[in-house]
Design a protein around this ligand. Structure first.
Ligand code: ADP
Ligand code: MG
Length: 726
């Protein structure tokens, strides 16, 4: 460890004292000297922070000394070597250490631009240095003419001058903060300059010794990490790139460990306080369900069923995330779990994010479970008040055993007589609170076993972070016979051929989806644009075929009618907004045309594409890509190349940022300050494993464990869930 007491990079300017190795270590502090409360001081206490700077820091979310110390640099600029004036060559970026001999300010005729010119020299010669638009520098060099300048030699109208990109006035110690060494670059905003942040940090770093280190000594030793205070120093002012990397890694590991402890700790607490009904071993009914299936379950489905079995036989409520690519057969797993509830004499609920989906589940599961003798009911907002009342009464009395529904299930004060299993379909479409509401205890004061289903394949880093308190099952196998959907980008010149192809498919009795561009800002705009496309196609490319329109603003009855006509083959082509994104299952649909494909994320596109390729027939997906720019095209080309939902989700994660994958509502990734889910996946796994051991009391003495848990609670604990920013 070689960050210096005061942080900063010492730079020998004649005095050799600055590189004295004894200066390169932190002062040994005894525990007595440590006073964490000093970190809570407002930044205004620091020298150099006046009202204005204070307000700007505040805007950046930096209020206390601690906040400042933990403000992470984006990166460090590579160190520059000092060159001499005599060896300057045009265009090359270099750093000079020079003395200012004279200085003059010019304003151009346009007056907007000011140029400061200074004659500067070192032992090898002199050169004219210029600064643009920094008139306040005039006079700045009078007292302290020794400066560092970084920039390059340029020639304008036959005159050569050194255009200064960055400079630093050297003080008595000759220390350089902004120019030499690995210079940290910080996120900033508005009028707060990186320089100011850097200088303040330089001043504040000695306070780092008051930081309490939550990482236990054995962990530090095992991973060869430095203490927290040292890591914070190295993080800002490292002596080498490697030192910076190690410091950041240590801080990221700490953050991920605290996160995992908070998330897993919360789950432990819930488990300890929540009772669920044990569902005894499967009986004839669940066997009848499996035997009655029209297909052979995949190995993945059977594996997940057995994972769920284990959960159901415990007196602790199941909290399981089931994710699997579109078409991987999640519904069967859900239905099985619900049958188990009914078999045990209780109730089950399945909540879907849209009425279209709830209707579809009802159409499938109603008869399927009904055939087993289960009484199945449907509850959704579009039913009349009278209907809903009747159904709610039947739920409360236990007459309905399986209820399929929408948000209505949680909005309408539904009471169950004995709810034992709940399934949340497309769970990422619900907010945290909504998911909590459907999990609330059923009639007998016990909690239902809950299965959270998601059709977006979730990269493990994300599931450990977003859903770290859930057990995870993955359906990583598609039913046999599925063929990858052939995906093509379509440009202006091939559009006509594409429509020929679509018409040919429709003539052969197949069906098609035409998806209109996503317009996130306004549902009514989106509906209008879909209507326009519909009207054009109906008399144009798709004239003579049965075409219908589907969007979110249609009356519910009409939506249901459109969907059921499409499902039964009474409609050839469905022009729709992205409302068909999730779950809709029409095996005879083999073509999808996606307009404005660039507006969708890759995972979303994958969801859309999953609507075709559901039967044994070859299926096709066309992305309209005329006039798109290079980056968009390469994204879409990646999509056309791969049918692997996980790979696409990862690409999304990388390209669109972590918060984007599931939408801002759910992510709250602002909470991760140091770690990056992408870069730090290995660390995350390590942190997860360590957190599990700590919570299982396998590792630390009680006192250190409690200390660590308290730190986790303080950092991530205070919210209902740390990710909730809804
Ligand atoms: P998702 O995981 O997208 O919800 P579904 O449960 O809707 O997928 O299943 C998609 C289609 O695949 C349904 O028509 C379903 O009947 C069928 N299916 C499910 N599992 C199998 C299987 N093991 N073999 C064949 N078809 C299956
Ligand atoms: Mg589904």
């Amino acid at each position: 460890m070689s960050a210096k007491t005061g942080g900063g990079i010492h730079f020998p300017l004649g005095s050799s004292a600055a590189t004295d190795p004894t200066e390169l270590t932190l002062p040994l502090t005894s525990k007595k000297d440590i006073d964490p409360s000093r970190l809570e001081r407002p930044l205004a206490d620091l020298k150099g922070v006046g009202k204005i700077t204070g307000r700007r820091l505040d805007e950046l979310g930096l209020k206390t000394v601690r906040d400042l110390l933990l403000h992470m640099p984006f990166r460090h600029e590579q160190p520059s070597r000092i060159s001499s004036v005599g060896s300057l060559s045009l265009g090359e970026e270099v750093t000079l250490q020079v003395r200012v001999t004279s200085c003059a300010l010019h304003e151009t005729r346009r007056r907007r631009v000011s140029i400061l010119e200074a004659l500067v020299c070192d032992e090898s010669g002199s050169v004219l240095a210029t600064w643009y638009n920094q008139p306040y520098l005039q006079g700045a060099f009078d007292e302290r003419p020794e400066i560092l300048i970084k920039g390059s030699l340029v020639r304008r109208r036959g005159v050569s001058s050194f255009l200064v990109k960055r400079h630093e006035i050297l003080g008595e110690t000759g220390e350089s903060l902004h120019v030499l060494g690995l210079v940290p670059v910080y996120p900033t905003c508005g009028d707060l300059s990186v320089r100011t942040i850097r200088s303040l940090l330089h001043r504040a770093t000695p306070e780092a010794r008051h930081l309490v280190d939550p990482l236990p000594a054995p962990t530090l030793a095992k991973k060869r990490y430095s203490g927290r205070a040292e890591a914070v120093l190295s993080n800002h002012f490292p002596a080498s790139v490697e030192e910076a990397r190690r410091a950041r890694e240590r801080l990221a590991f700490e953050e991920l460990l605290l996160l995992q402890l908070a998330v897993l700790g919360r789950r432990l607490k819930e488990d300890a306080s929540r009772q669920a009904r044990v569902l005894e071993v499967p009986g004839p009914l669940s066997r009848a369900y499996l035997d009655g299936l029209l297909f052979e379950p995949t190995a993945a489905q059977l594996r997940v069923v057995s994972e769920i079995e284990r959960d159901l036989r415990r007196a602790v409520p199941m909290q399981r995330l089931l994710h699997g690519d579109v078409g991987s057969g999640k519904t069967m797993v859900a239905a099985y779990s619900m049958v188990r509830a009914v078999e045990g004499g209780g109730q089950a609920a399945l909540m879907s994010p849209t009425e279209v989906l709830a209707d579809q589940h009802m159409a499938r599961l109603g008869p399927e479970l009904g055939a087993l003798g289960a009484r199945v009911g449907l509850l959704k907002g579009s039913q009349t008040a009278g209907e809903r009342r009747k159904i709610k009464t039947a739920i409360a009395s236990g007459e309905i055993q399986v209820v399929i529904g929408t948000h209505a299930l949680i909005q309408e004060g539904v009471r169950f007589s004995d709810l034992r299993v709940t399934v949340i379909d497309e769970q990422h479409r619900f907010g945290v609170r909504q998911r909590e509401a459907i999990m609330a205890p059923g009639g007998a004061g016990t909690w239902p076993h809950t299965l959270h289903m998601s059709a977006t394949p979730i990269p493990r880093t994300l599931s450990l972070t977003l859903y770290g308190d859930l057990d995870v099952s993955v359906l990583d196998e598609l039913p046999p016979g599925r063929r990858p959907v052939r995906t093509r980008l379509v440009f202006g010149d091939s559009e006509a051929r594409m429509w020929d192809f679509v018409r040919e498919q429709l003539t052969r009795g197949k069906q098609a989806y035409v998806v209109c561009p996503l317009i996130e800002e306004s549902e009514s705009l989106q509906a209008a644009s879909a209507r326009q496309t519909f009207e054009e196609l109906a008399v144009g490319e798709l004239a003579g075929f049965r075409v219908r329109l589907l969007h979110g603003q249609l009356p519910t009855a009409e939506k249901a009618d459109v969907m059921s006509s499409f499902s039964s083959g009474g409609v050839d082509a469905l022009v729709s907004t992205s409302v068909i994104e999730v779950g809709v299952d029409v095996a005879n649909a083999t073509v999808m045309v996606i307009e404005g494909a660039r507006r969708f994320g890759l995972s979303q596109l994958h969801q859309l594409r999953g609507r075709v390729g559901r039967g044994a027939e070859e299926s096709y997906c066309f992305l309209m890509a005329e006039g798109e720019e290079e980056t968009v095209l390469s994204r879409l080309a990646l999509f056309a190349r791969t049918n692997d939902g996980f790979a696409l989700a990862e690409a999304d994660l990388m390209a669109r940022g972590e918060g984007q994958l599931f939408g801002e509502r759910q992510s709250g990734f602002g909470d991760l300050e140091v770690a990056s889910l992408f870069r730090d996946r290995r660390l995350l796994e390590e942190a997860r494993a360590l957190a599990e051991q700590v919570l299982a009391r396998k590792l630390l003495p009680d006192a250190s464990r409690r200390f660590l848990l308290a730190a986790a609670e303080e950092r991530f604990g205070g919210r209902v869930t740390w990710m909730e920013k809804v």
